[in-house]
Design a protein around this ligand. Structure first.
Ligand code: F6P
Length: 328
């Protein structure tokens, strides 16, 4: 793909994450810096199909680096899964004179991008934006750091009341396929047990661990449960199960839900997003395509999008061990 890039489109897609605005800002300003046009697409692939474009300049992204959510809105688009939808999207891009696009999103968004480049040989770069931190080819996705800090902050507050009433809390956090949020926030907030999709130690172990906690003198406990944990029980069923088998416990449930996706991005996420946006534009101008920008050992790298969507990142076994030791 050696065509000269004169106009780049940028959009956000899939579940939003804090820091997406910082990434949009970075792509827009890096385009301005390189004297190429930049258009924003609203509502992800849906807006691409409908031609919902807006010309951007360096001033269009003033005062958004600190804001959660995405000023461009986001969507999960069924139509783009079909060849007809992608064809309509391509025609809209051509009509607008767009030569390449930067997609900020997660696995689903990148899967769409891979199909699109295969069909239309269209230059594309991905920037990983999701709170789940589950994308191969990067140690951190934009939004993960903010999300785990939000979760830790919430659990600190829950711990206050748990401790006042000598209660056990099951706290459900996001992560339908991976346990990165649960594991990192769990260690950071000092949870007694962390239940994640990657590891099902069974309900017996949970009961044993809670018995041990009581015996060792702990008056209150926090158990973090990732949405996609494999115990076969949701947090409310876990509460009933523990109440039935360990009546000594007074149990409560807290589902943190979408508050984990909101809020002002941390400095880490803002810096990461700013770096990735610049790298995305530079990469397109160097003739690269069909890749995702990632960070490893604090260096920016490119990974083929097709690789990035192959699997989820694995959890850190060392962190699991640390968690086990801390709950003695
Ligand atoms: O992929 C990000 C994520 O926040 C997951 O952790 C969560 O399971 C899912 O999105 C929720 O999606 P929705 O906002 O569509 O309910």
């Amino acid at each position: 793909m050696t065509q000269q890039i004169k106009k780049i489109a940028v959009f956000t897609s899939g579940g939003d994450s804090p820091g997406m605005n910082a990434a949009i800002r970075s792509v827009v300003r890096a385009s301005a810096f390189n004297k190429i046009d930049c258009v924003a697409i609203y509502r992800g692939y849906q807006g691409m199909i409908e031609g919902d474009f807006k010309q951007m300049n360096a001033r269009s992204v003033n005062n958004i680096i600190n804001k959660g959510g995405t000023i461009l809105k986001s969507a999960r688009c069924e139509e783009f899964r079909e060849p007809e939808g992608r064809k309509r999207a391509y025609e809209q891009l051509k009509k607008e004179g767009v030569d390449a696009f930067v997609v900020i999103g997660g696995n689903g968004s990148f899967t769409g991008a891979v199909k699109f480049t295969e069909e239309f040989n269209f230059p594309v770069i991905g920037i990983p934006g999701t709170i789940d931190n589950d994308i191969l080819g990067t140690s951190y996705t934009i939004g993960f750091d903010t999300a785990i800090n939000t979760v830790v902050d919430a659990i600190d507050k829950i711990r206050d009341t748990a401790s006042s009433h000598n209660r056990l809390f099951f706290v459900e956090v996001m992560g339908r396929d991976v346990g990165h949020i649960a594991l990192n926030a769990g260690v950071g907030a000092g949870a007694e047990e962390i239940l994640i999709p990657e590891q099902n130690l069974g309900l017996e172990r949970l009961l044993d661990s809670l018995k041990r906690s009581k015996k060792s003198g702990k008056s209150s406990s926090i158990v973090i449960v990732a949405e996609g944990d494999k115990t076969g029980k949701n947090v409310f069923e876990l509460k009933e199960y523990v109440e039935e088998h360990l009546p000594i416990y007074d149990v409560r449930v807290s589902v943190l839900g979408h508050m984990q996706r909101g809020g002002n991005p941390t400095c880490f996420d803002r810096v990461l997003a700013s770096r990735m946006g610049v790298k995305a534009v530079d990469s397109l101008l160097e003739g690269k395509s069909n890749c995702m920008v990632g960070v490893k050992d604090n260096k920016l790298i490119l990974t083929p999008l097709a690789e990035a969507i192959k699997a989820h990142t694995e959890i850190d076994m060392e962190l699991l061990k640390v968690s086990d030791i801390m709950t003695i």
